[in-house]
Design a protein around this ligand. Structure first.
Ligand code: PMP
Length: 517
């Protein structure tokens, strides 16, 4: 039997089996952040699975100094989680350590990015070797890591998706895909779903349909939004719509292979095509499952029909695989394969480099030629020797350690366990997703499906962190917990995550009961 990292013994653990609840540390001033968890009944605290790794001792800036520097010199746009942002120091596979040595199970992977595990030993060794050999040349010179990588990545995509453009971030990949769609079709209009997040660059802000990201000065010429076929929140959708082991609790009267919700949402899509765009269009962008919007899934068959309608209007279809790619969904390597569609352009980032900044756009020779005929496209860092060596190592690890299969097995297991929480707690409105891309939407109650107030979701989020579990947030009202761990996790860690949520929900119910007394 092949030994994978996730199979290595965790019994010779050097750390405590639960996060340390430290007293206030004057130098670091971290003690207060543990106050809320200290109130938890010790008997209900889930026991954290062991870990065979011990972090280095932290010897850098004090916490308050970090806060000061942040306030004075870093972006004032507030994106950090928690009242007292977590100061992290080291990572190992699915584990993160803060500056006090407290251990956390990372179930968000730095926003769905650490695909094979923090500082994975093989990827790290490859990066170190490449760092000593050659960091950078720019694509005006050739170097074999780029050619080796291009061959490996293209082998994972179906014909005719064989031409690769290497870039540096998801936004840059989507920028380029927009440019390609327009250059190829000679049309302008591009359609995306409401609630979609495709990047924050001035160009991709046109694709991103989340109010708080929109600027007052328009940079979104030619971008049109359409209704998101969300089978939980939208007007249509029932218990058979999703490609997921867990369905909504809404009843559904459709025949097994004839989804009425899909037909209704397709009518809305046609309405957009008939009313909001020109006679011929440049393209349509969609994530196979929406990440930032809270792991939103469309009815089965929707993308297939939508792609056909887009092509009838002269447009190309772009799959944004920034979150869904590289085996995370378990059943397939790419999310579009799970939807039974073949895009004309695929964009990818995040998991591609396990946290190293790199991204790619893959398209057909025909579309690539259209771009080459219309303009010169260049960036300095895309496809650097370092990025490509890392990208190759990530692909090898996904294959060698069977991480796609692990996503399928552990993800399906976790989804079913999280679904039990939905059945237990009225504030859990929906559990959805596929593989290790899972959403758990918090509601005031199941009947209304109204979002749980943000302060209450924030407190549950803090409690999970204080119990040693890091998860993300999504949805227009930040009401959905996003669960997307590195793909190396084991079932015991999924069990721990479920128990942490159960504990945090019980805490929430107690707070609610007290406030009603
Ligand atoms: N597309 C999707 C689906 C994303 O989730 C993101 C980032 N959250 C992007 C594009 C933009 O990627 P980046 O932040 O690397 O620019």
């Amino acid at each position: 039997m092949t030994l994978y990292w996730r199979h290595l013994p965790r019994t010779w653990c050097l750390n405590t089996s639960a996060p340390r609840i430290t007293k206030a540390c004057p130098a670091l001033n971290l003690g207060a952040s543990w106050a809320s968890i200290a109130k938890l009944d010790l008997h209900t605290k889930p026991e954290m699975p062991p870990c065979d790794f011990s972090p280095e001792r932290y010897q850098s800036l004090a916490y308050n100094r970090v806060l000061e520097i942040h306030k004075q010199h870093l972006s004032p746009v507030g994106t950090a989680y928690f009242r007292k942002p977590l100061l992290l120091h080291q990572g190992h596979m699915e584990w993160l350590f803060d500056v006090e040595g407290n251990r956390y199970l990372d179930f968000f992977s730095g926003i769905v990015t650490v695909s094979v595990g923090h500082c994975h030993p093989k990827v790290t060794a490859v990066a170190q070797a490449q760092l000593s050999r050659l960091w950078h040349t720019s694509s005006v010179f050739f170097h074999t890591p780029m050619h080796e990588y291009a061959e490996k990545l293209s082998a994972l995509l179906p014909e005719p998706l064989k031409v690769i453009f290497l870039v540096n971030s998801g936004s840059e990949a989507n920028d380029l895909a927009m440019l390609m769609a327009r250059a190829h079709t000679q049309n302008t209009d591009i359609i995306t779903f409401r609630g979609a997040y495709h990047g924050c660059s001035p160009y991709t802000l046109g694709l991103t349909n989340v109010g708080k990201f929109k600027t007052k000065l328009s940079s979104t010429l030619g971008c049109q939004s359409t209704m998101c076929p969300d089978v939980f929140h939208g007007p249509w959708g029932g218990s058979r719509c999703r490609d997921s082991p867990v369905q909504t609790t809404r009843k559904c009267s459709c025949a097994p292979d004839c989804c009425e919700a899909k037909d209704q949402y397709i009518e809305q899509f046609k309405d957009t095509l008939n009313t909001s765009v020109a006679k011929s269009i440049a393209g349509f962008f969609a994530e196979p499952i929406q990440g930032g919007n809270g792991v939103v899934q469309y009815p089965k068959g929707f993308l297939k029909e939508a792609f056909q309608l887009v092509r009838e209007k002269g447009g190309v279809c772009i799959a944004d695989e920034v979150q869904t790619g590289f085996g995370r969904l378990g059943s397939h390597f790419w999310g579009f394969q799970a939807q039974g569609v073949l895009p004309d352009i695929v964009t990818m980032a995040k998991g591609i480099g396990n946290g190293f900044p790199m991204a790619a756009v893959v398209t057909t020779p025909e579309i690539a030629r259209s771009l080459a005929e219309s303009l010169l496209h260049f960036n300095t860092f895309g496809g650097s020797p370092l990025a490509c060596a890392i990208g190759s190592a990530v692909l090898e690890v996904i294959q060698e350690e069977k991480l796609q299969e692990n996503s399928n097995e552990v993800g399906t297991y976790a989804l079913q366990k999280f679904a039990q929480l939905r059945d237990e707690f009225d504030i859990v409105g929906d559990v959805r997703g596929k593989g290790l891309m899972i959403g758990m939407e918090m509601v005031q109650d199941k009947m209304s499906r109204q979002p749980l107030p943000i302060e209450e979701v924030n407190q549950i989020h803090e409690d999970c962190k204080n119990l040693g579990l890091l998860v993300g947030r999504g949805g227009l009202f930040s009401q959905t917990f996003r669960i997307a761990p590195p793909m190396c996790i084991a079932k015991a860690e999924a069990d721990f995550a479920v128990e942490v949520f159960r504990c945090a929900f019980n805490q929430h119910m107690e707070r609610r009961a007290k406030s009603h007394c």
